[in-house]
Design a protein around this ligand. Sequence first.
Ligand SMILES: [Zn+2]
Ligand SMILES: [Zn+2]
Length: 255
Amino acid sequence: MLANYHTHTARCHHATGTEEEYVRSAIRAGLQVLGFSDHSPYFFPDGYYSPFRMRACELPDYVNTVRGLRDAYRGQIDIHVGLEVEYYPALFPRLLDFLRAYEIEYLLLGQHFPGEEINMWGSGARTEEESRLRQYCHSVMEAYQTGLFTYHAHPDMMYFVGDDKVYTKYMRQLCREAKACGIPLEINLLGVRDNRHYPTRRFWEIAAEEGCPVVLGYDAHEPEAFANTKQVAAAKALVGELGLALLETVPLRKI
Ligand SMILES: [Zn+2]
Ligand SMILES: [Zn+2]
């Protein structure tokens, strides 16, 4: 792999290691581009706190730390600062205003909840309900249409175990919209490593049929993640088998 844009830091409370350890591990693994994309802060009503993301007050230090490393390691590796964000339409404009003050270079869409988070089921919760699949796909397609996301992380995290025909119908719409909006789809290497329900072959068959560009992402939650080449080989085997269009690097979309 030449580039990885999906990297977390300890600020999200479920990743470990220092930023510099991630950088050194990435260099050792031969990466030429390393993007940090920790779980974005969000401003929720009524003081609700979402436990898997950094707090807004931590963002300045996050950006400064990554930019410091970018300068320190210039010539060895290209470092970028971004965020992984859910698209919650009611809360997104305020978040965007906040982020624009900090020169965030790019956003990855990581739709862990569809549309909103409070009292909402998670996209990764197993379900047979068509209405949930529809809601997930619609919230994701709305996010694509903003034109603000550089790529979609683990698009197949939606854990629908109902009728295959229903799955195909909605996911084909999602893939077509991604293609139309120029949004690459990520084969998530953490999912490969941990044998999660994603990446799921049936999703990537649809993506291949629709000619969607794809990208690999480590979704690194510890510096050693880049040392594991087994998962890269497995993902590349899937890419080769299905004839997916793999991008080695992706252009960062300005926010
Ligand atoms: Zn995470
Ligand atoms: Zn992630």
